[in-house]
Write a protein that binds this ligand. Sequence first.
Ligand SMILES: C[S@@+](CC[C@H](N)C(=O)[O-])C[C@H]1O[C@@H](n2cnc3c(N)ncnc32)[C@H](O)[C@@H]1O
Length: 210
Amino acid sequence: MSRLERNWQYAEQYPSETEAQTRARRLSLELGVEPVSRAVAAQLSGLAVVGRARAICEVGTGVGVSGLALLRYVREATLTSIEVEPEHLREARSVFAGAGIPASQLRLIEGNAQHVLPRLNLGAYDLVLLDAEPEHLLEYVEYALTIVRPGGSIVVPNAFARGRVSDPAARDAATQSLRDLLATVSDSPAIAPVLSPAGDGLLTLTRLDA
Ligand SMILES: C[S@@+](CC[C@H](N)C(=O)[O-])C[C@H]1O[C@@H](n2cnc3c(N)ncnc32)[C@H](O)[C@@H]1O
């Protein structure tokens, strides 16, 4: 194992998680839903605190691993979470209830993000997580930029597409579109981008003041 791999593994194993997070992670893997990694979950928890998040939006609830991380230290925040699979949402509801998160803090929306995102309030969210299917990521980022407030952040896990983004031999459409996104935001005067190697690559886009 190289030094970089050892460092990455250390960072992934470092974060401690609550019992509810550990249970949700196990359930997620049992159901075949890939949760955010531990290092990514820890970064989500930290971003919510640093951004004093009160309104958080998530695309791709899964069974709630990322949702628990987003709410971990900001118990007064509201999480709007969009999930297309009814079974995932059902499990997430019981995960959140088991973690003691009151229903009043949650707005769990069953539906396709392509239809739900355009209905959300503009500039209303402090933090937006995009963790659904990669094929529509560009579209989701465009919507997310309209619903996040200036100074708020959009977070995209799996920004390396399982290593394909940095592999010059990978020329498929999904990888190419991720590269296009990374190139566009790195030059944008409206966005401060940060790309971290946590998990499978974590891209954070902070919307600058207009
Ligand atoms: C990678 S999993 C999310 C894992 C979750 N964020 C976590 O860390 O626990 C992706 C989720 O997105 C959902 N999904 C896929 N396409 C979607 C869409 N168009 N709209 C909303 N949810 C979608 C899937 O059903 C799946 O539960």
